[in-house]
Design a protein around this ligand. Structure first.
Ligand code: PMP
Length: 442
């Protein structure tokens, strides 16, 4: 980048999410194909995070570019407010209903995940209000949950940094313990699900079930590195919530569209939510898009006689919908769900081999959603920050991978091959072998 001019221009103009200070070198990407992207110096990187768990079909698909161009030339976009619709939005809605668990029959389109969660929260509260239960305003979430940076979605995000300094957060939100089995200190020696269920029951009693609208959760927690709950967690949570008339909102923004080897993680856990929020993989990120699916029962209430007073300018964007349809075609045609299962299992096994290194605490895998927790000490499981590891991996091995806290977040494109997996594991081994217990890389 130095010399390209773009780095200096970036420094002068662009505000980057999560970048602190303004001295760090910029990596200015200009092209990509398959699981690789290239920067202004022509350096190639292996994209081991599918950007941010988005690019299911990989980069540089000319087919999607063609579909977008054709759609733009025909009808780029029109809103879907009131009685106006468009052919692509209807086709995509029907397609999503066909792919998703049976009771989810109604679709609301957004431009991304945070917007989807805003809509889900509005739907949940309005559903109860229209049924005459206006006191049901509380939303239950979990610490370490990530749901986006809108007022509502940020309000239910369980990381303190997303709240501090921003003034009052969304009111009537309560945070529960995240079901992260490796973080045994959270459960006071109890079974993870038993502990979480007892806490959920106590919380419902404390707030009062007649005041709770919904619980929101990611089926597998992405921001802490693919932390899957025990198999009985979601079925038992859903049963308890439904016994009190509390809605379950499943945030499938990362887990949706094949990442877990199923179309949705709901298929993996066998639990159907009342509202399911999706984005990212719906278009593989070629254009921003998202979809919220819900049941007839919820949709009937929030539409009702008065309509659903929540509309985005770009809801049902024709070009985004056309690209989503073509993206789903590719996922189906190339059997990418199967690839996510087989290459995911292979990568999980290969990453687990890194456990001979003392700083590798836990390796987790569901399909191509994987995470590695780094620890300073295996006995105490004290977290070891992963930022320097991710940085060294990029510089020395040409691999792009995100770290959040002590978690390495491994969400490769669903086209990932065993050779890609081997390259990733070799790069990781060489960097982790040089990583000290304080997180610095020698
Ligand atoms: N929910 C989850 C589970 C996510 O992973 C993300 C994004 N990483 C979001 C919501 C927010 O999506 P967006 O950035 O598209 O608003």
């Amino acid at each position: 980048m130095p010399g390209s001019g773009l780095e200096a221009l970036d420094r002068a103009t662009l505000i980057h999410p999560t970048l602190s200070g303004n001295t760090a070198e910029r990596i200015v990407l200009t092209s990509g194909s398959g699981s690789r992207v290239r920067d202004t110096d022509g350096r190639e990187y292996l994209d081991a995070s599918a950007v941010l768990g988005v690019t299911q079909v990989g980069h540089g698909r000319a087919e999607l570019a063609r579909v977008a161009a054709e759609q733009m030339a025909r009808l780029e976009y029109f809103h879907t407010w009131g009685t106006i619709s468009n052919d692509r939005a209807v086709e995509l809605a029907a397609r999503l209903v066909g792919l998703s668990p049976e009771p989810l029959t109604r679709v609301y389109f957004t431009s991304g995940g945070a917007e989807g969660n805003e809509i889900a929260l509005r739907m949940a509260r309005l559903y109860h209000h229209r049924r005459g239960e206006s006191a049901r305003t509380w939303i239950l979430s979990r610490r370490s949950a990530y749901h986006g940076v809108g007022y509502g979605s940020g309000g239910v995000t369980g990381f303190p940094a997303y709240h501090q300094g921003f003034g009052p957060s969304l009111p009537d939100v309560d945070f529960l313990t995240p079901p992260q089995p490796y973080r045994r200190e959270l459960f006071a020696g109890s079974d993870v699900t038993d502990f979480c269920l007892a806490e959920l029951r106590e919380t419902i009693d404390r707030i009062g079930p007649e005041r709770i609208a919904a619980m929101i959760g990611e089926p597998i927690m992405g921001a802490v590195g693919a932390a899957a709950p025990p198999a009985d967690y979601w079925p038992r949570v859903a049963e308890l919530l439904h016994s009190y008339g509390i809605l379950l909102i499943s945030d499938e923004v990362i887990t949706g569209y094949g990442r877990t080897g199923h179309w949705f993680a709901a298929d993996h856990f066998g639990v159907v939510p009342d509202i399911m929020v999706t984005a990212k993989g719906i278009t593989s990120g070629y254009v921003p898009h998202g979809a919220v699916l819900t049941t007839e029962a919820v949709a009937d209430e929030v539409v009702g006689d008065q309509g659903f007073p929540a509309g985005f300018t770009y809801s049902g964007h024709a070009t985004a919908c056309a690209v989503a349809l073509a993206n789903l075609d590719i996922i189906e045609r190339e059997n990418l769900l199967d690839n996510a299962s087989t290459v995911g299992a292979y990568l999980g096994k290969r990453l687990a081999e890194l456990s001979d290194l003392p700083i590798v605490g836990d390796v987790r895998q569901t399909g191509l959603m994987l995470g590695v927790e780094l620890v300073a000490d295996r006995g105490t499981r004290e977290p070891l920050p992963g930022a320097a590891v991710a940085e060294a991996l990029r510089e020395r091995a040409g691999i792009l991978l995100r770290a959040n806290g002590n978690a390495l977040i491994v969400n490769p494109p669903l086209i990932f091959t065993q050779e890609d997996a081997d390259e990733l594991v070799a790069g990781l081994r060489s960097v982790l072998a040089r990583t000290r217990p304080d997180g610095r890389v020698l």
